[in-house]
Design a protein around this ligand. Structure first.
Ligand SMILES: [Zn+2]
Length: 430
């Protein structure tokens, strides 16, 4: 059997080599004349040329020292600043919230949901978001969408997904389990389907009608089992959490990340800093920019009251976390492209980080290299350097001087393909 497999593999590789020889070399694109922002700090490269071959960055440097290969597609970028594609670490492409808009989706079939999610994925990419982490979707549709995007059947960001949200019975989520045996089963099921993260809810949520946000309903045995099983499979665990008691319990068992952090106390933040645990703030959901959105979707009064009461604590926690140097990765819990404060939720989130104490560069890092590091894919994405995937966004002002420059995104490349170019729509691959 082994020999036969080998013969088949060799035949296949010869076949591929033959095809490649018959085809043209991978497409080469040169982005010429922009300033490449120094995402790790230091000096930017002015009047730069970025050579992209196939889906990767081949060369980056001053135009005077980088020659454009013959036959390359040249995209003029004078007056633009290039940054790595944005990364949004708290996204639900199938998001349904309480209210009129959510009620319309009550009878949504899986096929309809897949198409709606694909549309949201495409709109996210066009808003400059080239990588997302999905933090709970329905029925494995996220994994289907991820495969479709990877095959080029749908357009969207790179996807890391946590699959379904795992909760104890009555918790803030749909995949219920109780006791260590059931929890280890559901964690393994999600990983088998393709989850590269596990998401659990260890306290109540803003959108729940029952239970308290501050409760910590999981037993030690349940929580430690979830984290151990995930880690044994090389998968990280994040928790929807608004409770310091539940947070401390999860920190004892080695949790990797917390979402939101609505009401975390100083002890929790200190331990997060010491253990290198990530915070994905989703601060946009509780601040005034989102009220317009909640009105638009017809959110009920009790929901708006909960948002307002949570907002003050949420903001104070974010300020403290930034001050203490806790690892922050940008996430919105709104669609990445959702209008918020006159821009998109993703950009509004980054602007709020600056308002809460980050420098513009730190906020930019929280939207690029920090998420890449959190996901463990920082050798592949997050920087404009040779060897990485060509996930590149252009803006019309320097985002290191003013983060609001992200409002001017007019060019989006993912894996070497131009998906948006407002200056020259003719360059977009179709
Ligand atoms: Zn969420």
């Amino acid at each position: 059997m082994r020999l036969r497999h080998w013969v088949v593999a060799v035949a296949a590789s010869f076949g591929m080599a033959g095809n490649t020889a018959a085809q043209e070399a991978p497409a080469t694109t040169a982005l010429v004349g922009a300033t490449v922002v120094a995402i790790d700090g230091g000096k930017p490269i002015e009047d730069a040329t970025v050579i992209v071959q196939g889906d990767r960055i081949l060369q980056v440097g001053p135009s005077a020292s980088v020659s454009v290969p013959a036959g390359a597609k040249v995209v003029p970028m004078k007056g633009k600043w290039l940054i790595p594609g944005l990364m949004n670490m708290h996204v639900h492409f199938g998001l349904k919230l309480p209210g009129a808009a959510g009620a319309e989706l009550l009878d949504e079939q899986d096929g309809e949901e897949a198409l709606r999610m694909a549309d949201n994925a495409r709109r996210s990419l066009l808003a400059g978001v080239t990588t997302v982490r999905l933090t709970a979707e329905d029925h494995g549709i996220d994994f289907m969408l991820k495969r479709a995007i990877a095959k080029g059947q749908a357009i969207g960001p790179r996807i890391e997904s946590a699959g379904e949200l795992i909760v104890p019975t009555g918790g803030h989520g749909s995949l219920e389990a109780d006791g260590p045996a059931e929890f280890s089963k559901v964690v393994r099921q999600q990983i088998k389907r393709g989850a590269s993260w596990i998401k659990i809810a260890i306290s109540g949520g803003i959108s729940d009608t029952h239970g308290s946000i501050a409760a910590a309903p999981m037993t030690d045995a349940e929580m430690s089992t979830i984290i151990e099983v995930a880690h044994r499979n090389g998968v990280k665990v994040t928790a929807h959490n608004g409770s310091s008691e539940a947070a401390l319990q999860a920190l004892r068992f080695g949790i990797d990340c917390f979402e939101h952090g609505y009401h975390l106390n100083d002890e929790v933040l200190t331990r997060m800093k010491a253990q290198g645990v990530w915070l994905v703030p989703t601060i946009v959901v509780s601040q005034p920019g989102a009220y317009e959105f909640y009105k638009k979707i017809g959110s009920p009064d009790w929901y708006l009251d909960r948002v307002a009461s949570t907002g003050k604590d949420h903001w104070a926690v974010l300020q403290k976390a930034i001050q203490m140097g806790v690892n922050v990765a940008l996430g919105t819990d709104q669609f990445p492209f959702e209008p918020n404060g006159g821009t998109t939720a993703t950009v509004a989130e980054a602007e709020l980080y600056v308002k809460a104490g980050m420098t513009p560069l730190q906020a930019l890092q929280a939207a690029t290299i920090q998420p890449a590091k959190m996901l463990g894919i920082d050798k592949q994405v997050g920087r404009i350097v040779p060897g990485q995937y060509a996930d590149i966004v252009a803006v019309s002002a320097d985002p290191v001087r003013d983060i609001a420059a992200l409002r001017t995104i007019g060019f989006v490349m993912k894996g070497g393909a131009i998906h948006r170019n407002d200056s020259d729509p003719a360059t977009i691959a179709r």
